[in-house]
Design a protein around this ligand. Structure first.
Ligand SMILES: CC(C)(COP(=O)(O)OP(=O)(O)OC[C@H]1O[C@@H](n2cnc3c(N)ncnc32)[C@H](O)[C@@H]1OP(=O)(O)O)[C@@H](O)C(=O)NCCC(=O)NCCS
Length: 190
């Protein structure tokens, strides 16, 4: 008997008018930072600036349509831990957004795939989202185990929006039903 498993993988024709650049926050031009904050604030329905201000050493993957910044994601470094195993250097994704006029052209998918390629010295990629449906066809998995934030008082459980992970070539073997924790941070914990 031949078993055939079909996976849904989102693919788009690549768009010659769309280009991607990767920029560390230290060299991100002020006007591009402002445009990213505006796009995020409008798309997430809240002022994104205070949250963006908490990102230390972010690296931005930016998509341009004919030179106009239309899509973006960034990563920061966080230290995730499964049970009490060693901390894992994790590329933690934030601010995934596409200008509403330019959506459904595959731009965010391209940005995210490019971002993953940049994480060659990381052990894991992760993010927190209320829209896992967008990430599942791109190879991301929902972390099924309980979530915690590590604080000085101990481990604080954090039920809420799902955390998703993407396994990288350097990822150790992980059980997605085990507990997963991240270090405390200001603003949104996950
Ligand atoms: C999610 C988002 C970044 C996708 O940008 P995009 O450039 O349109 O993405 P792509 O063109 O690569 O992919 C579009 C696909 O994502 C799906 N998608 C978009 N938003 C979605 C959502 N909120 N929930 C589920 N699926 C979604 C589309 O239906 C489409 O799927 P299809 O190809 O099967 O039809 C964009 O819709 C956006 O900026 N949303 C507001 C901010 C946000 O929700 N960010 C991510 C959450 S952390």
């Amino acid at each position: 008997m031949v078993t055939c498993i079909l996976y849904y993988v989102r693919t788009y024709m690549s768009d010659p008018d769309f280009s991607i650049e990767v920029k560390a926050s230290t060299v991100l031009p002020h006007e591009e930072r402002e445009r990213i904050i505006t796009l995020c604030s409008e798309s997430f329905g809240r002022d994104y600036r205070p949250f963006m201000d908490t990102f230390i050493d972010s690296t931005h993957v930016i998509g341009y349509y004919q030179g106009l910044l239309v899509s973006h994601a960034c990563w920061i470094t966080r230290w995730l831990q499964v049970e009490d195993n060693p901390l894992m250097k994790t590329g933690y994704i934030e601010a995934m957004v596409t200008d509403p006029f330019y959506r459904d052209r595959g731009y965010a998918s391209e940005i995210l795939n490019r971002l993953i390629e940049e994480l060659d010295d990381y052990e894991l990629a992760a993010l927190c989202t209320s829209f896992p449906e967008f990430y599942l066809p791109l190879g991301w998995q929902i972390w099924e185990g309980p979530l915690f934030i590590r604080t000085q008082e101990g481990m604080t459980p954090t039920p809420g929006e799902p955390v998703m992970v993407y396994f990288l070539p350097n990822s150790p073997e992980l059980d997605i039903n085990a507990s997963l924790s991240a270090e405390w941070r200001e603003g949104e914990h996950w």
